[in-house]
Design a protein around this ligand. Structure first.
Ligand SMILES: [Cu+2]
Length: 87
């Protein structure tokens, strides 16, 4: 069963921390409302993704974390940070 979590990109990531289940595919659905170039990409080495975020569009990134823990992601420049907590 697939789940999804919305993350609005405004003055950072809202909510900044989301919780997902281990071994379950979850779509992180980003929508960028902030026109700043700072936030036009979202990336994570922990979760192995790098994705452009066109303004005002839903961008779904599917993850299936196999291990519990805390995973970080950030904007392309590493200035804004968000966290995925896997339980
Ligand atoms: Cu940035």
């Amino acid at each position: 069963m697939e789940k999804s979590v919305r993350i609005d990109v405004k003055n950072g990531y809202e909510p900044q921390t989301v919780e997902v289940s281990k071994g379950v595919t979850t779509k992180l659905v980003f929508n960028r409302a902030n026109p700043s170039a700072c936030l036009e990409q979202v990336q994570s080495t922990d979760l192995n993704f790098a994705q452009d975020l066109p303004l005002g569009e839903d961008v779904a990134i599917a993850i299936t974390p196999e291990h519990a823990g805390e995973y970080e992601y950030s904007c392309g420049m590493g200035m804004f940070h968000g966290k995925v907590v896997v339980k």
